[in-house]
Structures are given as structure tokens and as C-alpha cells.
Design a protein around this ligand. Structure first.
Ligand code: XMP
Length: 311
């Protein structure tokens, strides 16, 4: 904690020296890295930081609301909230191929962010939540998206205060900056968000089924002491239905697949041994609380041969 404070003091000084009276732009997803960068810059330069939160409709339940609550209401940040839900879902309509979905989400994100950047005057810096492993990482297998690829006339000088920190160090700094635990200790979440957990062509109803079932899973894991123990846990909704019975009638509905894995580096992963009674309780809740879902399956596959995500 003392080291974190020393790091914060040093970075605050450096940021103030680098930026002066100028304005800094930040794409604030609400993930650990961008949240910690935001908190650090708010401490250093207050409202000279302009945070842009793009809600692409693929975030987990409660996430956009939490970004607004923490940064606008509690930290009094200069936050631009962009509701781009319809825009993203329209672009994604009918697109079933996973890598195509990722590309659309990444490209649209840059486009929305660029449009917001153009509306703002006098921005000279762009802050990014780059951390040390991002610098070390070589060619990813999937098209992971971060803010990048802005056009020539929108080139900014970069502010990257976390670029020599590892993830656990970023969390310690975030905690010292007063960010809530739910933000600092959250599990990894892919850039394309729930978009790659709503398999095939995304539809609004299935996307809601992913979001609601994920919220139930997270709530039950938190209640049962698994939140800080399991590395990544989430739900998936495939694009097919199966027959079931509801209120004595035949009901064709979707299954929800639960995935809960542990890993060190995400290259290999093992499946968490979730207590059977808890799985049954979660099944009961999901099949009764989530619209259009009549079955729950638990994915028992380690990586390899499965990947962590389903697409
Ligand atoms: P896989 O499915 O390849 O996932 O075993 C390994 C880790 O990477 C995350 N992941 C992504 N993260 N953009 C991201 O930022 C992506 O497109 C993406 N695809 C997978 C996944 O959640 C897991 O933690």
C-alpha cells in the first residue's frame, strides 16, 4: 500500500508535467485498466481529463450504470456517456462468423470513439490503460481489440501511466485510489464482451438471456465464496433451441451453458469443481428467471481441447 501510494504520487507529478494545462481523452470501458488510469488522471488533472464511455450493448448487467455512478457521481469526472447500443446491434445483425463479429465490434468502437473525439475541442493527449503484458504480448490468436487505429488527423500524444505494471499491481493501485472492489478485482472480460457469448448472429432476446444468466451466475458465485477463487466464469447462449416443458406445455427454448475455469496465463485452463448442489440451484434460478431458457448445461472441457470462450 505504501508502494502504491509512492507510485501514485510519482505518476501524478509526471502526468502533470507531461500534460500541463492541456486536455486528455480516455476511452473508459469500466475494465480494471481503463478505470485505474481514469482514477489516476482524475487525481492528477481533474476535469482536464475527458472520459468517453461507449455502451455498445455487449456489457454485463449493471456495468454502464457503475461507470456513471463511480466516475461521474462519486469522482466528479468529466464523463461523456455514449449510448451506441442500437448502432452496434444493427451493424451486427445477421453476422454469424465470430471473427467477423469481433472485427465489426472493434471497428465500430473506433468509429464511435473517433466521432466523440472530433466533437471535443483542444484535446492533445490520449490516455491508455496499456499494461506491461500488453507490451510483452506477441501476435494474439484472436483479433483482440483495444483503442488503436485512429486516423492520421486524430493522432494524440500518449499518456500510459500503467505501462510498466503487471495486473496485480494495477489492482493494488486501483484500490489505493479508492475504486470499488467490484471494479478492481473483477474477472477478465473480453473486448467484444457478451457479443462472443451470444453465439452466431446476435439477437436482442438471446443477448438478454446471456446478460441475465451471467448476472445470476455472478451473484451466486459471490454469495458462495467463489468470486475471488475462480479465474473466469460466465454463461453462453447458443443459437439453437431444444424442446422442454413449461406449465404442462411443450416449450422450445434456448439452453444456457455455464463455463467456470482456472488458469495462470489463459493458454491452458482447468474446469472449476463447482459443488453440484450449487449448480442445481443456479440451474433452477436461470430456468425460472431468464426468459426463453429451459435448460442449463455445465461445460466440463479443459483448454485444450476447448478454448475458454465458445467463439
Ligand atoms: P480463449 O477463448 O482464446 O480465451 O481461450 C483466452 C482469454 O482471452 C479472452 N478473450 C478475449 N479478450 N478480446 C479480448 O479482449 C477478444 O476478442 C477475446 N477473445 C477471448 C477470454 O475471455 C479469455 O480470458
Amino acid at each position: 500500500a505504501a508502494l502504491a501510494q509512492a507510485f501514485i504520487d510519482e505518476q501524478v507529478g509526471q502526468i502533470q508535467a507531461q500534460v500541463g494545462e492541456k486536455k486528455v481523452l480516455l476511452a473508459l470501458s469500466g475494465g480494471v485498466d481503463s478505470s485505474v488510469v481514469a482514477a489516476l488522471l482524475i487525481k492528477a488533472i481533474g476535469k482536464q481529463l475527458v472520459c468517453v464511455h461507449v455502451n455498445h450493448g455487449l456489457l454485463r448487467k449493471g456495468e454502464p450504470e457503475q461507470v456513471v455512478e463511480v466516475f461521474r457521481n462519486q469522482m466528479d469526472a468529466n464523463l461523456v456517456y455514449v449510448d451506441a447500443v442500437d448502432r452496434f446491434l444493427d451493424k451486427l445483425a445477421g453476422v454469424a462468423e465470430p471473427e467477423k463479429k469481433r472485427k465489426i465490434i472493434g471497428a465500430e468502437f473506433i468509429r464511435v470513439f473517433e466521432e466523440e473525439a472530433r466533437k471535443l475541442e483542444g484535446i492533445e493527449f490520449l490516455a491508455q490503460g496499456t499494461i506491461y503484458p500488453d507490451i510483452l504480448e506477441s501476435g494474439p490468436v484472436k483479433a483482440h481489440h483495444n483503442v488503436g487505429g485512429l486516423p492520421e488527423d486524430l493522432q494524440f500524444e500518449l499518456v500510459e501511466p500503467l505501462k510498466f505494471l503487471f495486473k496485480d499491481e494495477v489492482r493494488v493501485v486501483g484500490k489505493a485510489l479508492g475504486l470499488p472492489d467490484g471494479m478492481v478485482y473483477r474477472q477478465p472480460f473480453p473486448g467484444p464482451g457478451l457479443g462472443v457469448r451470444c453465439l452466431g448472429a446476435i439477437t436482442r432476446d438471446r443477448l438478454e438471456a446471456v446478460r441475465e444468466s451471467d448476472a445470476i451466475l455472478r451473484e451466486e458465485f459471490a454469495k458462495n465464496g467463489l468470486e475471488g477463487k475462480v479465474w473466469q466464469y460466465f454463461t453462453i447462449v447458443p443459437d439453437f433451441k431444444s424442446v422442454g416443458v413449461r406449465d404442462d406445455k411443450r416449450a422450445d427454448e434456448w439452453p444456457v451453458i455455464i463455463r467456470a475455469v482456472n488458469t495462470v496465463d489463459a493458454m491452458t485452463a482447468t474446469v472449476e469443481d463447482v459443488p453440484f448442489a450449487l449448480l442445481q440451484h443456479i440451474t433452477q434460478r436461470i430456468t425460472h428467471e431468464v426468459k426463453g431458457v429451459n435448460r442449463v448445461c455445465y461445460d466440463l472441457t479443459p483448454k485444450p481441447t476447448g478454448t475458454i470462450e465458445w467463439e
